[in-house]
Write a protein that binds this ligand. Structure first.
Ligand code: GLU
Length: 293
């Protein structure tokens, strides 16, 4: 199988040194392995994505010397595919509508009998309020004015991970140090530390977790190369792949580029924007030297 990787930025701000690191890391590996390097524009959140940021992404990456296959996949072109999969998951009884606000969730999760709210990759672990309501009503029609959550307990049961004596969810981690190159989490731990995640947000009708899984499969990605900040979310992605019968790629979570104070760079760190370095006369070789690639 041809080694295939991708760089998947969201056009919601300027690319900075951290993005340059991720893109070059993936690009270099694709070159070394005689593989394919793809680009994907992660613009499901139409309220934050901007055409000018997308143009700037192409501009910055070309300036860095990267070449990618065209046409570029854009998530905003794929809403029909996403809706089909949500319909299938709904029909399998794996989703339920959730109308809780953030404040409702925080209040329910910190109610005295629940103890201190646990934080997962998506924030406070959902206490299950709407799951219980849905059990009582069992609506056949999928509503379009509510978020849709995954019934995690059912998902774990269907994939054979429901208790401590069954196999954990596993994936190959080729970059971060793990025991024998494999990362894993048991079903009960997933239930406790991740819980019923949102698969379709009320505002955009979709979620990062589901789109990234569908897009990686559609692009034939064999190796996902991305920042270590996404390591904790990866068991979610692997579980979704199992539910949807999609292949699990090898994951390479690379270390993050940090500022002088050790803080990881964020989109709002415009001071590290590649365009600013360019405007100040830096060359692509200067950027490579700065990030050590
Ligand atoms: N779009 C995500 C970001 O810009 C990257 C997602 C991924 O590589 O899986 O952080």
């Amino acid at each position: 199988m041809t080694f295939t990787t991708r760089f998947a930025p969201s056009p919601t701000g300027p690319l900075h040194l951290g993005h340059a690191y991720s893109a070059l890391f993936a690009y270099n590996m694709a070159q070394t392995r005689n593989g394919r390097f793809l680009l994907r524009v992660e613009d499901i959140d139409r309220s934050r994505a901007r055409a000018e940021w997308e143009t700037q992404i192409y501009d910055d990456l070309a300036w860095l010397g990267l070449k990618w296959e065209t046409p570029v996949m854009r998530q905003s072109d794929r809403f029909d595919v996403y809706q089909d999969v949500l319909d299938q998951l709904w029909a399998r009884g794996l989703l339920y509508p959730c109308t809780c606000s953030r404040a409702d969730i925080a209040a329910a999760a910190s109610a005295p009998q629940e103890g201190v709210p646990l934080l997962g990759p998506d924030g406070v672990i959902y206490p299950g309020t709407c799951r219980e309501k849905h059990k009582m009503t069992e609506r056949a029609q999928r509503p379009d004015n509510a978020a849709l959550r995954l019934n995690m307990s059912k998902a774990l049961r269907l994939t054979g991970h429901s208790n401590a004596s069954t196999a954990p969810v596993m994936f190959k981690e080729a970059c971060l140090p793990t025991e024998s190159g494999t990362a894993q989490m048991s079903g009960p731990e997933i239930l406790r530390t991740i819980g019923d995640i949102v698969l379709a947000r009320r505002d955009i009708g979709m979620s990062y977790h589901l789109s990234v899984v569908l897009d990686d499969a559609a692009q034939g990605v064999t190796d996902v190369i991305r920042g270590a900040d996404l390591f904790d979310a990866t068991v979610i992605h692997v579980l979704l792949q199992e539910l949807l019968n999609l292949p699990t790629p090898v994951y390479h979570h690379h270390p993050l580029i940090r500022d002088d104070k050790g803080k990881r760079l964020a989109k709002r760190d415009d001071a590290r924007a590649l365009s600013l370095y360019r405007a100040q006369g830096a060359s692509p070789a200067d950027i490579r030297a700065l990030i050590g690639l």
